[in-house]
Design a protein around this ligand. Structure first.
Ligand code: NI
Length: 144
Protein backbone atom coordinates (compact mmCIF):
# COMPACT_ATOMS: atom_id res chain seq x y z
CA UNK A 1 0.00 0.00 0.00
CA UNK A 2 1.23 3.46 -0.84
CA UNK A 3 1.40 6.24 1.69
CA UNK A 4 -1.86 7.74 0.41
CA UNK A 5 -3.89 4.56 0.57
CA UNK A 6 -5.68 5.58 3.73
CA UNK A 7 -6.54 9.07 4.84
CA UNK A 8 -8.59 10.68 7.57
CA UNK A 9 -10.19 14.11 7.33
CA UNK A 10 -11.25 16.13 10.33
CA UNK A 11 -13.29 19.32 9.99
CA UNK A 12 -12.76 22.38 12.19
CA UNK A 13 -14.45 25.75 12.16
CA UNK A 14 -13.46 29.29 12.93
CA UNK A 15 -14.87 32.75 12.38
CA UNK A 16 -12.73 35.61 11.18
CA UNK A 17 -12.83 38.97 9.48
CA UNK A 18 -10.87 40.16 6.49
CA UNK A 19 -11.00 42.14 3.28
CA UNK A 20 -9.26 41.61 -0.03
CA UNK A 21 -6.84 44.36 -1.02
CA UNK A 22 -3.95 44.07 -3.44
CA UNK A 23 -1.16 46.54 -2.75
CA UNK A 24 -0.23 46.29 -6.43
CA UNK A 25 -3.20 48.23 -7.74
CA UNK A 26 -5.14 51.41 -6.94
CA UNK A 27 -8.14 51.62 -4.63
CA UNK A 28 -10.45 51.96 -7.63
CA UNK A 29 -8.94 48.88 -9.28
CA UNK A 30 -9.22 46.96 -6.00
CA UNK A 31 -12.88 47.87 -5.81
CA UNK A 32 -13.43 46.53 -9.32
CA UNK A 33 -11.24 43.46 -8.81
CA UNK A 34 -12.71 42.25 -5.53
CA UNK A 35 -16.19 43.77 -5.52
CA UNK A 36 -17.89 43.32 -2.14
CA UNK A 37 -14.84 41.44 -0.82
CA UNK A 38 -12.95 44.75 -0.89
CA UNK A 39 -15.11 45.86 2.04
CA UNK A 40 -14.40 44.56 5.55
CA UNK A 41 -16.51 41.46 6.20
CA UNK A 42 -16.26 38.05 7.83
CA UNK A 43 -16.78 34.38 7.22
CA UNK A 44 -17.64 31.32 9.25
CA UNK A 45 -14.86 29.23 7.77
CA UNK A 46 -14.48 25.47 7.77
CA UNK A 47 -10.99 24.07 7.80
CA UNK A 48 -10.63 20.47 6.62
CA UNK A 49 -7.37 18.76 7.52
CA UNK A 50 -6.54 15.43 5.91
CA UNK A 51 -3.78 13.19 7.23
CA UNK A 52 -2.55 9.87 5.92
CA UNK A 53 -1.40 6.81 7.80
CA UNK A 54 -1.74 3.09 8.32
CA UNK A 55 -4.14 1.72 10.94
CA UNK A 56 -2.34 0.78 14.11
CA UNK A 57 -2.75 -3.00 14.56
CA UNK A 58 -3.71 -2.56 18.20
CA UNK A 59 -6.20 0.30 17.90
CA UNK A 60 -7.36 0.08 14.29
CA UNK A 61 -6.84 3.83 14.02
CA UNK A 62 -4.60 5.58 11.50
CA UNK A 63 -4.17 8.81 13.45
CA UNK A 64 -4.37 10.01 17.02
CA UNK A 65 -7.41 12.27 16.82
CA UNK A 66 -6.68 13.98 20.12
CA UNK A 67 -3.17 14.83 18.97
CA UNK A 68 -4.52 16.06 15.62
CA UNK A 69 -7.16 18.16 17.36
CA UNK A 70 -4.68 19.84 19.67
CA UNK A 71 -2.10 20.40 16.91
CA UNK A 72 -4.63 22.09 14.62
CA UNK A 73 -5.98 24.15 17.49
CA UNK A 74 -2.54 25.32 18.57
CA UNK A 75 -1.06 25.84 15.09
CA UNK A 76 -4.02 27.55 13.39
CA UNK A 77 -7.35 27.92 15.19
CA UNK A 78 -6.04 29.68 18.30
CA UNK A 79 -4.32 32.20 16.02
CA UNK A 80 -7.17 32.97 13.63
CA UNK A 81 -10.50 32.45 15.40
CA UNK A 82 -12.38 35.70 16.00
CA UNK A 83 -9.46 37.71 14.57
CA UNK A 84 -8.92 40.11 11.73
CA UNK A 85 -6.88 37.96 9.34
CA UNK A 86 -5.30 41.04 7.78
CA UNK A 87 -4.00 42.57 11.00
CA UNK A 88 -4.00 40.16 13.93
CA UNK A 89 -2.18 37.10 12.59
CA UNK A 90 1.60 37.42 12.25
CA UNK A 91 1.81 34.24 10.16
CA UNK A 92 -0.41 35.88 7.52
CA UNK A 93 1.46 39.20 7.35
CA UNK A 94 1.88 40.42 3.81
CA UNK A 95 -0.47 38.00 2.11
CA UNK A 96 -3.80 38.79 0.48
CA UNK A 97 -6.18 36.68 2.56
CA UNK A 98 -7.91 34.87 -0.30
CA UNK A 99 -8.98 31.27 0.23
CA UNK A 100 -6.12 30.19 -2.03
CA UNK A 101 -3.52 31.94 0.08
CA UNK A 102 -5.08 30.86 3.37
CA UNK A 103 -5.02 27.20 2.30
CA UNK A 104 -1.31 27.46 1.47
CA UNK A 105 -0.48 29.39 4.64
CA UNK A 106 -2.38 26.94 6.84
CA UNK A 107 -0.56 24.07 5.15
CA UNK A 108 2.73 25.65 6.18
CA UNK A 109 1.57 26.24 9.75
CA UNK A 110 0.18 22.70 10.07
CA UNK A 111 3.04 20.84 8.45
CA UNK A 112 5.33 22.17 11.18
CA UNK A 113 2.91 21.14 13.93
CA UNK A 114 2.21 17.58 12.74
CA UNK A 115 4.54 14.60 12.47
CA UNK A 116 6.64 14.79 9.29
CA UNK A 117 4.89 13.57 6.16
CA UNK A 118 1.41 12.90 7.53
CA UNK A 119 -0.32 16.00 6.15
CA UNK A 120 -2.06 15.27 2.84
CA UNK A 121 -4.54 18.06 2.23
CA UNK A 122 -5.79 21.32 3.67
CA UNK A 123 -9.12 22.73 2.51
CA UNK A 124 -10.51 26.14 3.41
CA UNK A 125 -14.28 26.31 2.95
CA UNK A 126 -14.97 30.03 2.78
CA UNK A 127 -18.62 29.88 1.72
CA UNK A 128 -21.04 27.16 0.69
CA UNK A 129 -19.92 27.82 -2.88
CA UNK A 130 -16.16 28.24 -2.52
CA UNK A 131 -13.67 25.67 -1.26
CA UNK A 132 -9.91 26.06 -1.68
CA UNK A 133 -7.62 23.05 -1.43
CA UNK A 134 -3.87 22.71 -1.10
CA UNK A 135 -2.03 19.39 -1.14
CA UNK A 136 1.56 20.57 -0.90
CA UNK A 137 4.22 20.76 -3.56
CA UNK A 138 3.58 18.36 -6.41
CA UNK A 139 6.21 15.69 -6.80
CA UNK A 140 6.54 13.51 -9.89
CA UNK A 141 7.20 10.42 -7.85
CA UNK A 142 10.09 9.21 -9.99
CA UNK A 143 11.81 12.54 -10.62
CA UNK A 144 13.32 13.08 -7.19
NI1 NI B 1 -14.17 37.18 2.19
Amino acid sequence: MGPDALTLTRTFHFSAGHRLVSPAVSEEENRTLYGPCFRPHGHNYLLEVTVGGQPDPHTGMAADLNALESAVRRAVLDLVDHRNLDADVPALTGIITTGENLAQAFWGMLSQALPAGVLRRVAVVETANNTFEYCGERSDGDAE
